[in-house]
Design a binder for this molecule. Structure first.
Ligand SMILES: C[S@@+](CC[C@H](N)C(=O)[O-])C[C@H]1O[C@@H](n2cnc3c(N)ncnc32)[C@H](O)[C@@H]1O
Length: 279
């Protein structure tokens, strides 16, 4: 992997320090608040209020994202996957990956990875002693470090199929950090029969500019947002075959039987897809 320039390493260190700065809105805590959780502070709630002022459907989209996560993990578990690597996992909340996967197959193992030390602290406190679960601090921009983590190898055998989940995280990775290259590095480490699951916010349906404005409100938070269009998101699946129904908006990906679709189903500002690694 290319050497990371000193100025980037410095920027990363500063960003990690920012995450423990009580004055900086913290992305995992903001997301927790969007989902109705209690692990957040006034600074996070104020930042979310501004995001919601700009795009009032943001809490709804967060819930739709979690609903997709549930459907995707059930699909993966039903497809025989027993190992899950959840990158950019966020704070533990309702319907965590291990709860869903172990609900289908109790021997499922899940490694949660997040760049934010807040996630590590909360995650370890809440998930300590759960069989088959580990939480590690890791930066998606440094796949080699994640893939070499001893805690990962304690639970996941990379010679066997694994599901790599990157939900609502790749839009926090700037073009300069090459999100496509990052995903390709994970792909190359995945055994045949593995799956990639992605959700990613988009400006493709942003006719009134509210999504761009809401994304811009993350400027002062611990991570900033890059909206990407359909072609760019599709390219994340290079080397994978998308399972039916392909890359869709959140609600259109395999809705549960009997579930009625929301009126905005085909214009939701977040893409979702699951791809199977091409052998
Ligand atoms: C919106 S939350 C998504 C949580 C969960 N994946 C979901 O979809 O419900 C985004 C998470 O990505 C994490 N994140 C942002 N940049 C990251 C990076 N470079 N490496 C790992 N995690 C990152 C944030 O700390 C945050 O917890």
């Amino acid at each position: 992997m290319a050497e990371v320039p000193e100025k980037h390493r410095r920027a990363d260190r500063e960003r990690i320090l920012d995450t423990v700065d009580p004055r900086t809105p913290n992305v995992p805590r903001m997301y927790d608040y969007l989902l109705g959780g209690k692990d957040n502070y006034a600074v996070d709630r104020e930042a979310v209020a501004e995001v919601v002022r700009r795009a009032p459907d943001t809490p709804y989209m967060a819930r739709q994202n979690r609903a997709f996560l549930g459907r995707a993990v059930r699909f993966l578990a039903a497809s025989g996957i027993r190992q899950f690597l959840d990158i950019g996992s966020g704070l533990p909340t309702q319907g965590n990956v291990h709860e869903i996967a172990q609900g289908v197959a109790p021997d499922s193992r899940v490694v949660y990875v997040d760049v934010d030390p807040v996630v590590l602290t909360h995650g370890r406190a809440l998930l300590a002693g759960r069989p088959g679960v580990a939480v590690i601090q890791g930066d998606a921009r440094r796949p080699e470090e994640i893939l070499a983590a001893p805690e990962l190898h304690g639970l996941i055998d990379l010679e066997q199929p694994v599901a790599v989940l990157m939900l609502a995280v790749l839009h926090f990775i700037d073009d300069v950090d090459d999100p496509h290259g990052i995903v390709a590095r994970f792909r190359d480490a995945m055994a045949p029969g593995s799956y990639l699951t992605v959700t990613h916010v988009t400006g493709d349906f942003d006719t009134d500019g509210r999504v761009r404005e809401a994304a811009a409100a993350y400027e002062s938070a611990t991570s900033q947002i890059t909206l990407r269009g359909r072609a760019d998101v599709l390219r994340l699946f290079d080397g994978f075959e998308l399972v039916d129904p392909g890359l869709t908006t959140l609600a259109l990906w395999r809705p549960d039987p009997g579930e009625s679709l929301p009126p905005d189903a085909d214009r939701q500002w977040c893409y979702a897809g699951v791809g199977r690694k091409i052998d």
